[in-house]
Structure formats: C-alpha cells, structure tokens
Design a protein around this ligand. Structure first.
Ligand SMILES: NC(=O)c1ccc[n+]([C@@H]2O[C@H](COP(=O)([O-])OP(=O)(O)OC[C@H]3O[C@@H](n4cnc5c(N)ncnc54)[C@H](OP(=O)(O)O)[C@@H]3O)[C@@H](O)[C@H]2O)c1
Length: 286
C-alpha cells in the first residue's frame, strides 16, 4: 500500500513537471551559491519595507547572515510572522506598517528606532504593488493605489529619514539607501507600475547626486522577472524557471537580487553613487 502511494506521488510529480514544461515552452532551473563573509554588515541597522516576502525577505536573510539588525515591514501581520519564524533570528524585528500612509511615517520611524534601540543605518525601499490593467483601461483609483506605494511612499519615507540623518555629524560611516526599481523603469512605460519604476530610478539618480556629499549613498536595483508572489505562481514552484522573455531564458530567484543588494548596501559598493543596477537576465538589451 505504502509503495503504491509512493508511485502515485512520483507519477503526479512527473505529470506536474511535464505540464510546467509544456506551459512554459521550455525548461530552466538554477541554484544560487551565496557569498557569505559573515560580517559585511556587522552591527548595521537595516530597515526593509515590504520585507515579509519575496525580494525583501531574501534581502533580510542576507543582511542577518552578514551581522545586521533588521526590521521588516508590511501590511499583513501573518506574512510578517511567517517571515519571522522562517528567518528565526533574534536580530530580526517586524512592524505592521502601510507605507502608503504618509501621515504615519514619523511615528512609525520612531517605532523602528525603538525596535533597533538606535538609529537606522540603511533603508531599503522595497515595498511595491503591481498594476493589473494596461493602457486604455486604467482607472484613476488603480493609478492612485500604485503611485501611493511605489512612488509617493518611497519619496516621503526617504525624505523623513534623510532629514533625521542630516541633523547628525558625519563620522566617516556612510548611511545607505537602496531603491528597488524594475526593468520596467528602463523601457517604454504605458501603465502605472512601470511609470512608478521610472520615478524610482530618477529619484535614485537625483538623490545620489544630492546626498553623497552628506555621507549618504543612494543606489538602486532594477530586477527583471523574479520568482515571487508578484509573478505567476508557476515560477514559485521553482522546478521550472523557464521564460522566453529574456536572453538567459529563465526568471531570477529573489536570492540573486539579494546578493546584489547586499553588495550595494555594504562597504563593497561605497564608490557606486546614484546608479540603478539592471539585473534582468538581459531583458532590456532587446
Ligand atoms: N517580482 C518581480 O518580478 C519584480 C520585478 C521588478 C521589480 N520588483 C520589485 O521588487 C519589490 C519587491 O517585490 P517582490 O517581487 O518581492 O513581490 P512581493 O513578494 O509581492 O513583495 C512585495 C512586498 O511589498 C509589501 N507591500 C505592498 N504594499 C505595501 C504597503 N502599502 N505597505 C507596506 N508594505 C507593502 C508586501 O507586503 P504586505 O502584503 O504585507 O503589505 C510584500 O511583502 C517591489 O518593489 C517590486 O515592484 C519585482
């Protein structure tokens, strides 16, 4: 009986796999080897918006592995709790916080500082929402919802943190801001999601120039398609990452974006200023 169950499970798995190859039109998979030095962010306090899942969660894991204290935020408490139990670190704190609520920013930042028992050293503007409709069918409410999180919140949160940072003397230790844009921020944009990602890349350039003399280094990442909740569920199963939308013929794993994030927010990336690094498997070369 047990043997029969095992065979049925194997056959089901094989059928699921063949179905995914048929559905995607090909087969790609990848393993990420993480570079771990163990102390690249020793004692740094890193705030990651939207860190309860996907790219933010992987950045949180990488930061913890490199000695940082981390606060992750999001609207969904159970998602944050799940992330907390998955990462299982005493150096990780969570905060339920809708970053689209601009009026709350200062009080929430006070909570973050109290969770850290100190000031923030690194801000990762990662929280984002996707728009559904395409040009021709976009309602104002969808525009406002996407802009509120992907663009307006990034601006006002960054402004509030920088205001605090610039009241303090510079002690030869850079503060860092990392903005998550998208490959969509580097190609023609006709719907709100992509347009907000142009905003983010533009802000990264502008703030890079403005804030570097004050000891604050601002950079960004423009990921291509990444296997997270934001994308098709099929990719999340990770057994087939194939896509024909980019020359590398696969989507990225969030761990790959986290590797780059870690480089940029650690001292390794100190001489990179105002850049949004495109990490898209070659998509924008087309
Ligand atoms: N996946 C991709 O293909 C891709 C490609 C390019 C760029 N990106 C960008 O990468 C970033 C992370 O996305 P992801 O792919 O990791 O998808 P994800 O797993 O859906 O992560 C997005 C996170 O943002 C949080 N969030 C959304 N609205 C929020 C709000 N108002 N306040 C606070 N948190 C909020 C969500 O948490 P709650 O639901 O708990 O609020 C969620 O944890 C986004 O900026 C996205 O635009 C993703």
């Amino acid at each position: 009986m047990i043997n029969l169950l095992r065979i049925v499970t194997k056959v089901r798995k094989a059928i699921r796999f063949l179905h995914s190859v048929y559905r995607s039109g090909g087969y790609s998979t990848v393993k990420v080897q993480n570079v771990s030095c163990g102390d690249r962010l020793d004692g740094k306090r890193v705030l990651i918006t939207g860190g309860g899942s996907g790219i933010g969660l992987c950045i949180a894991r990488s930061c913890l592995n490199e000695g940082a204290y981390v606060v992750i935020t999001g609207r969904n408490e159970s998602k944050l709790m799940q992330a907390k139990s998955e990462l299982d670190s005493p150096y990780l704190k969570t905060l339920v916080w809708d970053v689209g609520n601009i009026k709350e920013i200062n009080s929430r930042l006070a909570e973050v500082r109290s969770l850290f028992d100190g000031d923030i050293d690194v801000l990762v503007n990662n929280a984002g929402v996707m728009s559904v409709e395409q040009f021709g069918g976009i309602e104002e409410v969808e525009w406002d919802n996407v802009y509120a999180v992907n663009s307006k919140a990034v601006f006002f949160l960054t402004q509030a943190i920088v205001k605090e940072w610039t009241t303090q003397p510079f002690h030869n230790k850079y503060k860092k801001i990392l903005n998550i844009s998208s490959q969509g921020g580097f190609i023609g944009a006709v719907y709100p999601y992509r347009m907000t990602k142009w905003d983010v890349a533009g802000l990264t350039k502008g703030l890079g120039l403005l804030l570097a003399p004050k000891g604050i280094i601002v950079n960004g990442i423009a990921p291509g398609i990444v296997a997270t909740d934001m994308q098709a569920k099929a990719y999340m199963e990770r057994d087939n990452l194939f896509t024909n939308l980019n020359p590398i013929n696969r989507v990225a794993l969030p761990e790959e974006i986290a590797e780059l994030a870690l480089f940029l927010i650690s001292d390794s990336g100190n001489f990179i200023v105002g850049q949004t690094i495109i990490c898209d498997g070659g998509y924008t070369l087309k």
